[in-house]
Design a protein around this ligand. Structure first.
Ligand code: CP
Length: 312
C-alpha cells in the first residue's frame, strides 16, 4: 500500500487513506480498554530517530509501539556518535544493521527521511521533515474531522497561518483535497507559497473571506525557526489579522470546529479560551495521534521485506 514506508500524503491515494483511517479506528478501541495492549507487533523493533524536538509525535509513536507490544528504541542524536562526526546516513545504516522493523524519522531538513529510506531495509515513517510533509499529523487530523463531522467529503476546511513553512499545511492540503474537501488557505502574503493554488486550494489574504461558511478552521503554529525577520509581522499585528478568537469564528459555520497541530503560541494563533475549550478539538487530535500511529506501525512494521526480496 504505502510502498516501503510513509514519506508523505502526496504518495497516497484515497483508498490508502481510507484503509489507514479504518485501521486507526480499530486501534482507538484498543486504547479505550482497561489493558491498552495487544500482541500484534510482539518481537518487532521500532526505532524513533528524532533529530528535531517533539512532544506529541515522538511520545505518541512510542506509546503506539508499546501498545502493539513492539520493542521501541528512542535514539538520542545528542548522545550518539553523530557528535563524533558520524554522518546521518552512516548512523541510519548502523541502526538498520540491528534489524529494526520500522524507523520513524523527524528532521529539520526536508527530504532527509527519503534519503534515509533510500539506503535502509526497514520501512521509514516520516515524522515531519522541514517544511515538506508531516503525514501522520494530516492522517490524525482527518480522523479527528471524521469523528466530529461524520465525513470529510464536501466540507470546507480553512487553514490559517504560515502556509509556506508548514509541513502540516502541505500534508493537510494533500489529505483533505484527496478526501473531497474544499481547502482554503489564509495568511500574510509573506507566509503564502507562490502558486499555492496549483495544489488545488483557494488562497486568501482576508481572514474573514477565508472563514466564511467554513466547517473546519485549522490554525498553524508560527514557525519562528523557519522564518527570517522580514517575513514575520509583529506578533500583535499577526494576532490582530490572523489570530483566531470567538469573534472571528462567527464568520465560520455555527458548528465549525477549531484545530491546531500544536504546540500553540497562546494569544498569537489562537485565543486562550479557544485553545482550551470547544469548539477546539486540539486534545482530540492528540488522542487520535496514538491510534493513528498504531495504525501506521501496524501496516508497515508488520511487513518488512528486504530489498533483495523486493527485487526478485
Ligand atoms: N504536531 C506536532 O508535530 O507536534 P510535536 O512537534 O510536539 O511533535
Amino acid at each position: 500500500m504505502m510502498g516501503r514506508g510513509l514519506l508523505g500524503i502526496e504518495d497516497l491515494d484515497r483508498d490508502d487513506i481510507e484503509l489507514i483511517l479504518d485501521t486507526a479506528q480499530h486501534m482507538k478501541e484498543v486504547g479505550e480498554r482497561e489493558v491498552k495492549k495487544v500482541p500484534t507487533l510482539r518481537g518487532r523493533t521500532i526505532i524513533n530517530l528524532f533529530f528535531e524536538s517533539s512532544t506529541r509525535t515522538r511520545t505518541s509513536f512510542e506509546i503506539a509501539g508499546k501498545r502493539l507490544s513492539a520493542d521501541v528504541v528512542n535514539f538520542s542524536p545528542s548522545s550518539s556518535s553523530l557528535s563524533k562526526s558520524e554522518s546521518i546516513l552512516d548512523t541510519a545504516k548502523t541502526l538498520d544493521a540491528m534489524d529494526p522493523d520500522a524507523v520513524v524519522v523527524r528532521h529539520q531538513v526536508a527530504g532527509v527521511p527519503k534519503r534515509i529510506a533510500d539506503v535502509l531495509d526497514a520501512p521509514v515513517i516520516n515524522a515531519g521533515d522541514g517544511a515538506h510533509e508531516h503525514p501522520t499529523q494530516a492522517l490524525l487530523d482527518l480522523m479527528t474531522v471524521v469523528e466530529n463531522k461524520g465525513r470529510v467529503d464536501g466540507l470546507t476546511v480553512t487553514i490559517v497561518g504560515d502556509i509556506a513553512h508548514s509541513r502540516v499545511a502541505r500534508s493537510n492540503v494533500y489529505a483533505f483535497t484527496k478526501m473531497g474537501a474544499e481547502v482554503r488557505v489564509a495568511g500574510p502574503p509573506t507566509m503564502m507559497p507562490v502558486e499555492v493554488e496549483s495544489l488545488g486550494v483557494k488562497a486568501f489574504t482576508s481572514l474573514r473571506e477565508a472563514l466564511d461558511g467554513a466547517d473546519v478552521v485549522m490554525a498553524l503554529r508560527i514557525q519562528r525557526e523557519r522564518l527570517s525577520g522580514s517575513m514575520l509581522p509583529s506578533v500583535r499585528e499577526y494576532n490582530a489579522t490572523f489570530g483566531i478568537d470567538r469573534a472571528k469564528m462567527r464568520f465560520a459555520k455555527d458548528d465549525a470546529i477549531v484545530m491546531h497541530p500544536g504546540p500553540v503560541n497562546r494569544g498569537v494563533e489562537l485565543s486562550h479560551d479557544l485553545t482550551d475549550d470547544r469548539p477546539s478539538v486540539i486534545l482530540d487530535q492528540v488522542r487520535n495521534g496514538v491510534a493513528m500511529r498504531m495504525a501506521v506501525l501496524y501496516l508497515l512494521a508488520g511487513r518488512k521485506r528486504s530489498r533483495n526480496e523486493e527485487a526478485s
